[in-house]
Design a protein around this ligand. Structure first.
Ligand SMILES: Cc1cc2nc3c(=O)[nH]c(=O)nc-3n(C[C@H](O)[C@H](O)[C@H](O)COP(=O)(O)OP(=O)(O)OC[C@H]3O[C@@H](n4cnc5c(N)ncnc54)[C@H](O)[C@@H]3O)c2cc1C
Length: 381
């Protein structure tokens, strides 16, 4: 692994930072990252990603024929880091460029690629992820939403839950059972569902991670053409495994945590508590965890840049990011005391973020299980 940045990546970061310093001003310059699903945030990110796309900075790592610029995985990651350092102004579209698009590039038909990838690359569409169900979260393979073949169509019935941004989404990357009810992971398929299809109903859930982030999605007799199937029928589990490997490190959460840490240090300095050796030690530990997460994520990006298949390193990187987020959240509560209870304060926002980080994209405990089995070689039970 090469630790120095390549000249072109360093130059790209510097140009990007200059651009973001000019473009992201005023209201945007808050570090809490709350409101990712809010109307204001959504509107802002739609305009902003259009500007990024015009500069070739939305999907730089995609193949040129689908709206990309054939740049390396590192360049895409530099973009991600700088965005998360600023509270992720791309909004929900970080998911499109990280894993929805790459999944379509890998498994999609030529027709799907031509129809679905260019609008993502131009920053025109939102996607959401329809995986979790009321009885299928960690145990995703037990999902019950059914898709039954009927002539040239599939007819879908079921319910999704915790679907982030579904209220603003144009499409859903949806998992449904096409095999027998007890077929487990062997009977799951992926559908690319336009959210305006008749029979799709979105209901808001108020959650702790930000204004209007969560939704339930109900599917009643939703009829989709068979061309909405991604890859082969019943091969959805393989697609999801790969997709989640991309999603787990797609958001450089350590970059946002480090930004919050800087904010907390400024707060502590103002309060006169930064000189306390105990407080300094806590800051040192939290910063170390952010840096450790950064290096572990870089190992995954290094694999990707070398065109290797996703490996279990992604679980390690994800677990490290959760530890970093939690350390900063705990520090905020410790040093800010009751001020951290004020809604949207640095402490409140970071604590909520760290709770979400340990559950989304597979919980922290699940990452630990996978590390023990696939990296440490321990038995499953
Ligand atoms: C911020 C956020 C955004 C999300 N966005 C989406 C989205 O867009 N689309 C979507 O489909 N879902 C989304 N989710 C849902 C998320 O994927 C699920 O919450 C997650 O998979 C856990 O499932 P669950 O909530 O059913 O909890 P459960 O699976 O019931 O788990 C509850 C607890 O038990 C622990 N546990 C369960 N099984 C094991 C085990 N075998 N070993 C050890 N511990 C275990 C878990 O770690 C967890 O702490 C989101 C969640 C969050 C927090």
């Amino acid at each position: 692994m090469e630790f120095a940045w390549r000249t072109e990546d360093a130059a790209f970061r510097s140009e990007l930072v200059d651009y973001l310093d000019t473009e992201l001003t005023g209201e945007w310059l808050r570090s809490d990252g709350t409101g990712l699903g809010s109307a204001v945030y959504t509107e802002f990110s739609k305009t902003f990603v259009g500007k990024l796309a015009a500069k070739g900075w939305l999907t730089p790592h995609w193949p040129q024929e689908y709206g990309g610029h054939g740049q390396s995985a590192w360049q895409h990651f530099v973009l991600g880091e700088e965005m998360w350092k600023r509270g992720e102004p791309r909004g929900p579209q970080y998911m499109n460029v990280n894993w929805v698009g790459p999944a379509i590039i890998k498994y999609g038909s030529e027709e799907q690629k031509r129809a679905l990838l260019p609008p993502i690359a131009r920053g025109e569409v939102f996607w959401c992820q329809g995986f979790s169900e009321p009885e299928a979260g960690t145990d995703l393979a037990s999902l019950k939403t059914r898709a039954v073949r009927d002539g040239d169509d599939y007819v879908l019935n079921g319910q999704k839950i915790w679907t982030s941004y579904a209220n603003a989404a144009d499409y859903c990357f949806l998992l449904a059972r096409t095999g027998a009810p007890a077929s487990g992971r062997d009977g799951i398929s992926v559908f690319l569902l336009p959210m305006d299809t008749p029979g799709v109903e979105v209901r808001r859930i108020d959650g702790l991670v930000g204004e209007h982030s969560f939704n339930e999605v109900f599917l009643t007799e939703v009829r989709l053409p068979h061309t909405a199937l991604l890859g082969e029928e019943n091969n959805g589990w393989n697609i999801v495994r790969r997709t989640l490997a991309y999603e787990r490190v797609g958001a450089p959460r350590y970059a946002r945590a480090a930004l919050v840490l800087d904010g907390l240090a400024a707060w502590a300095r103002n309060q006169g508590s930064l000189a306390d050796p105990g407080v300094q030690e806590q800051f040192g530990k939290a910063r170390t965890l952010c840096e450790a997460a950064r290096v572990l994520v870089y190992r995954v990006i290094d694999e990707r840049a070398k065109q290797k298949e996703p490996s279990p390193l992604a679980y390690q990187a994800r677990a490290a990011m959760v530890q970093a987020e939690r350390a900063v959240g705990d520090l905020a509560l410790d040093i800010m005391g009751s001020e951290a209870l004020v809604e949207r304060s640095l402490g409140d926002a970071q604590f909520r973020n760290s709770l979400g980080a340990g559950i989304a994209a597979g919980s922290y405990e699940v990452q630990l299980n996978l590390i023990s089995r696939l990296i440490l070689g321990m038995p499953k039970d």
